[in-house]
Design a protein around this ligand. Structure first.
Ligand SMILES: Cc1cc2nc3c(=O)[nH]c(=O)nc-3n(C[C@H](O)[C@H](O)[C@H](O)COP(=O)(O)OP(=O)(O)OC[C@H]3O[C@@H](n4cnc5c(N)ncnc54)[C@H](O)[C@@H]3O)c2cc1C
Length: 454
């Protein structure tokens, strides 16, 4: 009998990891603390409980990155996808599920598996290698306090649980550069900078004041009861909270116009050169990934509802047709600075017998979390068998996500990430929908080759 793989946390990621390992013939002990110890958001003792929406988002694997991730997971025999497919409810092009049927199906499949033992216990500290030599931690955004403290200490960081201040991220190619321009404030070059590192979008007085009014008026998501007592860090106030403090607050904060000249409107002097001219307000976007396909709107973390975010942010000159790779948000979370702390096999560099999976690795969303569980399960099996399983290529949805969180993302500004095409190596051919199809065709071919090589 082989030593088991220990998986801590029976959520989306832990359940998938357990299934992948057991299906590969390796025994698993899945530790889940509920019902003995509850979280502030889970309501049942079922595995893979969905804590909020019942949607796995788009199921379109030809034109949508999360749909592509569904497809890759199905090809790997994913338990999460099989249970979702069996418990689907009508939701247009999205894959939505009956949450109880879904969780019951995952619980039943794992309970019935001869190689899976479900232990209803809280693991309060990272286990030493002589106790558990191959561990996956998949305890999610609501990791219990004692374990979170142990992870924090092992990772050598000051904080592990905090508010996510998520600013929206825009696809570079959807920004209208006939209105926007590239420039760093005061043309500063800084380390690695060029003097034109930011994309800038200028507003005149009317545009700015309309924008501020819409920010304040737009509907916002409510904090859950248990989130209400967690204070904001002052550095990540929602943009609409700043806007409420006074009409000019944003012009003195994230939208300050100083040190920037809009070349599209700057007056031309007698010498024929453009003269310095300050805009009323400027929105800045900062490059978000190494390949420069994604830009985040600096300082625009928000609690506005998703549909309203898209509407209000498209009022910004240059962003009228913006496509969002991720919308903004603010909720309590627990996640590691993975680009700094994890290797490309999702192992804690400081304790390589410990692997992480799910939301705690800095991915965002049910499907993304489950997909990191799928990979962690397969990596752990390979390790038990004395092999190393190569990462899926970056051209695939799963490969793009793991590459982003364990290497590509900037550790200094790392924030949780949804899967999106901007994480993949850019393609020049095609436009719009046609280009998306080219991305997914390339991904499907490369994923099939990766699977066949295992
Ligand atoms: C309030 C809230 C709402 C969210 N809403 C959405 C949404 O609508 N859509 C979306 O796509 N994503 C949402 N997310 C983000 C995220 O995708 C989900 O949280 C997802 O469930 C993460 O999967 P996971 O497996 O990493 O964690 P979870 O599914 O939370 O699983 C972690 C499991 O670990 C257990 N556990 C924790 N500590 C211990 C311990 N010490 N020992 C043993 N067991 C432990 C927990 O009980 C839990 O069962 C939300 C997150 C939060 C916090």
């Amino acid at each position: 009998m082989q030593n088991p793989i220990h998986i801590i946390g029976g959520g989306l990621a832990g359940s998938e990891a357990a299934w992948q390992a057991a299906q590969a013939g390796v025994p698993v002990i899945l530790h889940e603390m509920r019902p003995a110890r509850k979280t502030d958001a889970h309501e049942t003792d079922g595995l893979a409980e969905l804590v909020c929406s019942n949607s796995f988002r788009s199921d379109d694997s030809d034109y949508n990155a999360v749909g592509l991730l569904h497809d890759e997971m199905r090809r790997c025999g994913s338990l999460i996808m099989a249970a979702a497919d069996k418990n689907q409810v009508p939701a247009g092009g999205a894959l939505a599920v009956d949450r109880h049927g879904f969780s019951n199906a995952v619980t039943a499949a794992l309970t019935a598996h001869p190689l899976v033992t479900i232990a209803r216990d809280e693991i309060a500290a990272l286990p030493a290698p002589d106790k558990m030599d191959n561990v996956i931690v998949a305890t999610g955004p609501l990791t219990s306090g004692a374990l979170a403290e142990s992870i924090r200490a092992a990772a050598g960081v000051e904080y592990l649980a905090f508010y996510d201040a998520i600013a929206p991220i825009v696809h570079r190619e959807s920004i209208d550069m006939s209105k926007a321009w590239m420039q760093s404030r005061y043309d500063k070059t800084g380390p690695g900078g060029t003097g034109s590192d930011y994309i800038n979008c200028a507003m005149d007085k009317d545009q700015y004041e309309n924008f501020v009014r819409e920010l304040i008026a737009a509907p916002k998501t409510e904090f859950k009861e248990w989130e209400k007592n967690t204070p904001y860090f002052d550095g990540c106030l929602p943009i609409e909270v700043m806007a409420e403090r006074g009409i000019d607050t944003l012009r003195h904060g994230p939208m300050k116009p100083v040190g920037l000249t809009n070349p599209h409107t700057a007056p031309v002097g007698e010498d024929g050169r453009k003269k310095f001219a300050r805009s009323h307000a400027v929105v800045q976007l900062r490059q978000d990934n190494a390949s420069g396909t994604l830009y985040n709107i600096v300082g625009f973390q928000t609690k506005m509802k998703y549909a309203d975010q898209a509407r209000v942010f498209r009022m910004i000159p240059g962003l009228e047709n913006a496509e969002f790779a991720r919308l903004g948000g603010l909720h309590r979370n627990t996640f590691l600075n993975s680009p700094r702390l994890l290797d490309n096999q999702l192992r804690l560099k400081a304790m390589p017998h410990i692997r992480f999976a799910g939301q705690i690795t800095g991915v965002e969303g049910y499907v993304e979390s489950a997909s990191m569980g799928l990979l962690a399960g397969r990596f752990a099996v390979a390790q038990r068998q004395g092999r190393i399983l190569a990462n899926p290529p970056r051209t695939t949805a799963m490969g793009a996500l793991i590459t982003h969180i364990t290497g590509e993302a900037n550790p200094d500004t790392f924030q949780p990430m949804n899967v999106n095409f901007g994480l993949m190596p850019p393609m020049d051919e095609g436009k719009g929908r046609d280009r998306k199809l080219l991305y997914t065709q390339r991904a499907k071919a490369d994923f099939a080759a990766w699977l066949a090589a295992q």
